[in-house]
Design a protein around this ligand. Structure first.
Ligand code: GCB
Length: 597
């Protein structure tokens, strides 16, 4: 095929233009900046057939002449809450997968000596953003933030912003075509207008060195390549401050020793006010410091071997049948985790909102945060790999100063293959370039019972690259017991710490039945299953944590049983209405014993 010069020029221009439009580098700690909320009621248009872009609805035109008309208007139509998923806001949108246009007016000022940016906490799943009739950026990935600079694009006075949101599942997406949670769409987290100085503190990483109890690492990056700028990091309570100088890239790095540092831990979730300043900017943040390391088969927290008494939850408020998005939602989920007596939370299966992460840190939970590499991912597609790398980067960048985050999870239930290995290796490389102070983990479902050896085994060469190996194993639910639980020996990756990252079974709250019959969907069966699994845990020599699946029943489109499930995964220790099932009490007791209470 012959390609003309004109076509090549057009293609190059397109690539250049499209390249400029994607979202820009993220700033650290957006909530510590000069921000204005654009949350509230937005006007919306449901666009099932994807006609809006062709119709240029983002221009928001209204008829001028007598013969003029437009077959759309944002005025007088649907109104949706931002933040919020659309599915829980209207019965018609419960199962909707497609495009919804969101729009609103806002007033702004053009500021000569400042920069202004639009910041989205998350839009699920992909979006294009238009300001005053022009496309200004796009983003893919439903659980991580992005920002777009609008300094030169804002009008003095009225501005009109439109977000074209689409949550259709596709093969190349992350997660891909099916996943065991609700595919909520919408502008699901805060939208902010951020004002910064001309040169601002774009990115800073301030954490304790992995091995040292009193050496803090600080890396700061200005928004511009300004060499020779003084950067000061001060921790007033520790009477400490250091000065650094930026290099040609506008970066500065330093390490400094602190005395009498109280390290953050679940028992004492101590945070310090840290003040970061440059010539023209100053940002404050509450930051904690802790060490988390692995030696042999042990996980050490602040130099002491630790056992992870964990629980998982989705970013969902079951009673509202909607995605969690606020501080109040975070408090509800985390208070229930506290009541269970856990010291860790696996934030399943995607980066959850910043309110949850920040409050969890204050409440003393170690966090496992992961990207939605959940079964069925196309490991051959290079673009999917790039997407995953970007998602991981966005997750790490947002929460790099949350010492509560002890684990970055890179995958859940993937099957070995050359392509899978290369894909996941590239994720580890991406992550470790940004952060080596956390442990890298992935969850596998490959453990099998070997009848000759009479023990559970697993083979996956990729595990050698991880700090901690995690296993989802549904003994008594998806897998019948091959042997009595107390005789079920484990030889699974015996040279590394192992976490049982999922186990459990379904029960309908209030349903009583035979404790030996799974299809009773009874609390008794679920409780028995928990009892059996707890008996098995003692046979796992390298077990360093367990995380039952899951705190609350959650909505899932592939749970078809009409009376027992009705669109809900019923593995919760707590029902969708907030009622504790029998297994909850067993787990609570197990964690009490583990904590030596
Ligand atoms: C798993 C998945 C989790 C599911 C769970 C289940 O292994 O990791 O996302 O919800 O099983 O309930 O089947």
């Amino acid at each position: 095929m012959q390609i003309s010069k004109k076509t090549i020029v057009c293609m190059l221009l397109f690539i250049l233009f499209a390249g400029n439009m994607v979202a820009q580098n993220l700033m650290t700690n957006v909530y510590g900046r000069d921000i204005r909320s654009l949350n509230g009621k937005w006007n919306a248009i449901i666009d099932l057939y994807d006609q809006g872009r062709g119709m240029k609805v983002y221009r928001n035109q209204s008829p001028k002449g007598a013969t003029d008309f437009y077959e759309y208007s944002f005025k007088g139509g649907l109104r949706l809450n931002v933040p919020g998923d659309w599915n829980s806001q209207m019965p018609e949108l419960k199962y909707y997968e497609g495009t919804v246009w969101y729009a609103r007016h806002f007033d702004a000022k053009r500021l000569v000596d400042k920069r202004q940016l639009l910041y989205f906490g998350a839009v699920s799943y992909r979006c294009r953003v238009y300001l005053n009739g022009t496309e200004i950026g796009s983003h893919e990935g439903g659980f991580t933030p992005f920002q777009i600079e609008v300094t030169d694009l804002l009008n003095e006075g009225d501005n009109f912003i439109v977000v074209e949101v689409n949550n259709r599942r596709t093969k190349d997406a992350i997660p891909a075509m099916s996943f065991d949670w609700w595919n909520y769409g919408g502008v699901t987290r805060d939208v902010l207008l951020v004002t910064t100085p001309q040169t601002y503190l774009e990115d800073y990483f301030i954490q304790l060195d992995k091995e040292s109890p009193n050496q803090i690492i600080a890396k700061v990056h200005l928004s511009d390549k300004k060499p020779g700028e003084k950067i000061t990091i001060a921790i007033p309570e520790l009477k400490t401050s250091i000065d650094m100088q930026t290099d040609a890239e506008g970066k500065a790095e330093g390490k400094f020793n602190v005395k009498k540092l109280q390290r953050w831990s679940p028992e004492n979730p101590k945070l310090y006010e840290v003040i970061i300043s440059s010539a023209g900017d100053c940002v404050k943040e509450q930051i904690g410091f802790r060490n988390i390391t692995v030696k042999g088969t042990d996980i050490y927290l602040n130099g002491k071997p630790a056992f992870m008494c964990s629980i998982s939850f989705h970013e969902e408020i079951p009673q509202r049948m909607g995605r969690a998005f606020s501080e109040a939602d975070a408090a509800m989920l985390l208070d229930e985790a506290k009541a269970l007596g856990v010291n860790m939370i696996r934030l399943a299966h995607y980066p959850q909102n910043e309110y949850t992460v920040r409050l969890a840190e204050k409440m003393g939970f170690i966090l496992w945060q992961e990207i939605p590499i959940w079964q069925g991912i196309d490991f051959i597609d290079n673009n999917t790999r790039k997407k995953a790398q970007r998602m991981l980067t966005e997750m790490i960048k947002r929460d790099q100063n949350r010492c509560a985050v002890g684990y970055w999870g890179i995958a859940n239930e993937t099957q070995p293959s050359k392509e899978r290995n290369e894909f996941l290796t590239s994720l580890l490389e991406t992550g470790k370039k940004l952060d080596t102070t956390r442990l890298y983990v992935a969850a596998f479902d490959l453990v099998r019972f070997n009848r000759e050896k009479k023990c559970f085994v697993m083979e996956d060469s990729f595990t050698s690259q991880l700090d901690v190996v995690a296993v989802n194993k549904y003994m008594g639910w998806y897998h019948p017991w091959p042997i009595e639980p107390e005789n079920a020996a484990w030889k699974v990756i015996p040279d590394k710490p192992l976490i049982i990252s999922e186990f459990g079974g379904e029960a309908l709250y209030g349903q009583s039945g035979d404790e030996n019959v799974a299809s009773s969907w009874s609390e008794e069966y679920q409780a028995r299953l928990y009892r059996d699994n707890i008996r098995m845990f003692d046979n796992i020599p390298n077990l360093r944590g367990v995380s039952p699946w899951i705190l609350f029943d959650f909505r899932s489109p592939f749970r078809f049983h009409p009376t027992n499930q009705d669109g809900w995964n019923r593995k919760g220790l707590i029902s969708d209405q907030g009622m504790r099932k029998k297994a909850w009490y067993l787990m609570k007791d197990y964690y009490k014993t583990k904590a030596g209470e």
